[in-house]
Each structure stands twice: as structure tokens, then as C-alpha cells.
Design a protein around this ligand. Structure first.
Ligand code: SF4
Length: 370
């Protein structure tokens, strides 16, 4: 298959692994930021190809996983209202709030729908003028342009029965929060290629300099990831800390400028709470004053909700690369995709879901051996 098979060639993968092994003279810990990269690493066993000195830890790059419990509770309260059609991407429906999830609201009569684009919600709003259509706008910089465009078009077209519950988060402030922590053991980053497709990578350059940490913009196929590791290890072994671009077939330094412009038109940078991590300054997007009328949290009076997280779920430690999913006492026992305690077990990009899908038996054998 053109443009896929060539990035999954097993012989080339072995060559990359051997090149990494030849370069490596001491232990290094690298973090892949994106949950899509985590799934590729676990699915293809890429970490097992690497020399034992290289440790890959998984980062906070799953937007569903980092959405805080109170935002889920806000979504549940809005979705339960009889006048609302609540729209979301599919993997948000199983994410637990304090007492239930969106599937349960749907099962008890709420009009909860899965959409594939926020622009579908505008058509839904036009077709249902007696209803309020609400979109759960979750994601990193990657989904922000389409979500911003939906709000922009709603304003342009005077669609007043549409609003968004915004839970957008930004990658560079999260990386900075990780690097500032005394618990941080990350020495190099594989930055998320699709985020950089939108935003470019110039905003990573001050981080690389200030924290003396190599950052390699990396794609999602097995050879992308192995090449990203190779580039990162080469910098570490040479004592360099720069931003390099492995994913040059998709990413330019300045990113996608029109996409950035629509984000800036509709959103402003705000502090944002991350599940399991807490509030990170300047790490989220909220609506600007001009589009404040489209804020579902305000429209439905739920914006000031607060909620405590499940104390048994250690997702904060997993999302910061401090522990791995199978090290969680609840993994595969009290927490499964059917009965999740935390979002990383249900999201398509969640690290716990990846370990459960591809490493469950290995983890169980390891636990018995301990
Ligand atoms: S296994 Fe479940 S309880 Fe443990 S960190 Fe992952 S989501 Fe949370």
C-alpha cells in the first residue's frame, strides 16, 4: 500500500534499531508526547527493538485522557437536558465523569450523538431549530482549527442554537510543566507530528534551549518513530539540544498559517486543568470575548462545576511518564475498557488502552513473576 508499507518495512526497522544500538553508550529516557505514537510503539513492539539503555515513557498527548472530570460532568449535565442534542467524537462517550458517562445519559433518554466533524453540528442545528445543538470541543492544536471554523461559521450564518463546550489543551505548556517538575526523568522528546503540522515547531525552540533537551518532531508510523529515536539519541550522545524535524513530509517550521489564524480569531489562551495533573498556566484555549455567546458552559449554567478525581486511578502519573499503565494496581482487574476507572483506559489514544490491547498477557505474566 503506497505511503504506508514503506513506513512499516521490518528490515529497515531492524536497521534503525541497530543504528540506535551502535550510537548508544549510556541510558537515556525519551518521552513520546502523542497517544497515537504510544499505540504504534506498543502495537509494533518498537520499544522491544531498542537497546536496553533506551527507555521510552509515555506522555500526556491524549486529549480525551487529559480532559478533567468536571468538564465531563458539565457535558453530562448539558447532555441530559431535554432540549439538547449533544454531539461528540466517539471516544468521549465512555469516559467516566463523577458518577456516570455519556453512554449512560444516552441510555436514559438523552439525545447524545457521535459526529465526525464539528461542521456536521451546524447542519444539525439548522435542521433542528427547536433544539440546542452542543459540540464537545476536545483536543490539542490539531482539532482546534476545525472547531474554531464551526464557531466562526455559526457566527457568520447567525446560527444561534449552536454552542461548544471547550476543553482544548496545548502541548508546549504541558511539556514545560513536565520539564519543570523535580520528578521529571525525560531527557529527550518525540514531539507530536500532527500538532506541529498545524502549529509548526518554532515554539519548541525556547524549550529545547532553556531545558537543554532535544526535541524531535516525529510522525506516527513505525519507521518514523524509530528514526525520531535515532535523531534524539544522536543529539544526546553528541551533547546537543535542538529541535529537529523527522516528519518533514508533513511539517514545516511555521506550520499551517491559515489554520493558526482561524484559531486566533475564535480562541484565546487560558489556564486549563488537566486530568491527573492539575492546572497548567496558559495551557488551554477558550473562546474570545467576540464568540463568548457560543460558550455552552455559560449558556447552560455549568461553567463553575468542580469535581474530585477517582483516587484509585493513577492516570496523572501515567500521563507524566512517571509510571507505566501495567504498574497501576487497578490495570486489567478493577479497570478494563468495559469498566474503566480512568480515561486512559477508554480513549483510542490512551496508554492504558494500548497496554490492555497489546500487552495484557505480558503484563499479567510480569505481575505473577513479581
Ligand atoms: S489502568 Fe485504569 S485506573 Fe490505572 S491509570 Fe489506567 S485508567 Fe487509571
Amino acid at each position: 500500500m503506497k505511503f504506508i508499507d514503506e513506513y512499516r518495512d521490518p528490515e529497515l526497522a531492524q536497521e534503525y534499531a541497530q543504528a540506535i544500538a551502535r550510537l548508544t553508550t549510556r541510558p537515556w529516557t525519551l518521552m513520546e508526547i502523542c497517544g497515537g505514537q504510544t499505540h504504534a510503539i506498543v502495537k509494533y513492539g518498537l520499544d522491544e527493538l531498542l537497546p536496553r539503555e533506551i527507555t521510552l515513557v509515555h506522555g500526556p498527548g491524549c486529549p480525551v485522557c487529559v480532559t478533567p472530570v468536571e468538564l465531563i460532568d458539565q457535558a453530562l449535565a448539558i447532555a441530559a437536558r431535554p432540549e439538547v442534542i449533544f454531539c461528540s467524537f466517539g471516544d468521549m462517550l465512555r469516559v467516566p465523569g463523577t458518577a456516570r458517562d455519556l453512554f449512560m445519559v444516552k441510555a436514559s433518554g438523552g439525545d447524545v450523538r457521535i459526529v465526525y466533524s464539528p461542521l456536521d453540528c451546524l447542519k444539525l442545528a439548522q435542521a433542528n431549530p427547536d433544539k440546542q445543538v452542543v459540540f464537545f470541543a476536545v483536543g490539542f492544536e490539531t482539532t482546534a482549527p476545525a472547531n474554531a471554523m464551526a464557531v466562526y461559521q455559526a457566527a457568520q450564518q447567525g446560527i444561534e442554537n449552536f454552542s461548544v463546550l471547550v476543553s482544548h489543551v496545548l502541548v508546549p505548556p504541558a511539556m514545560e510543566a513536565l520539564l519543570s517538575s523535580p520528578a521529571c526523568r525525560v531527557q529527550g522528546f518525540l514531539a507530536a507530528g500532527h500538532v506541529c503540522t498545524v502549529m509548526g515547531y518554532s515554539e519548541y525552540e525556547p524549550l529545547a534551549v532553556h531545558y537543554n533537551v532535544p526535541i524531535v518532531v516525529t510522525g506516527f508510523e513505525p519507521l518514523d518513530i524509530l528514526q525520531g529515536v535515532l535523531m534524539c539519541v544522536r543529539q544526546l550522545e553528541e551533547g546537543r539540544a535542538a529541535v529537529e524535524n523527522q516528519y518533514a513530509r508533513s511539517v514545516r517550521r511555521d506550520g499551517n498559517v491559515p489554520a493558526q489564524q482561524i484559531i486566533q480569531e475564535v480562541f484565546r489562551i487560558v489556564p486549563r486543568k488537566w486530568r491527573g495533573i492539575g492546572e497548567i498556566p496558559q495551557s488551554g484555549l477558550g473562546l474570545t470575548e467576540r464568540y463568548a455567546a457560543f460558550d455552552a458552559g455559560v449558556r447552560f449554567g455549568v461553567a463553575d462545576y468542580t469535581a474530585a478525581e477517582d483516587s484509585e486511578c493513577i492516570s496523572g502519573l501515567v500521563l507524566q511518564g512517571i509510571q507505566k499503565p501495567h504498574e497501576c494496581p487497578a490495570f486489567g482487574a478493577r479497570c478494563t475498557p468495559e469498566r474503566p476507572l480512568g480515561a486512559p483506559m477508554v480513549s483510542n489514544e490512551g496508554a492504558c488502552a494500548a497496554y490492555y490491547r497489546y500487552r495484557r498477557l505480558q503484563a499479567a505474566v510480569g505481575a505473577q513473576a513479581r
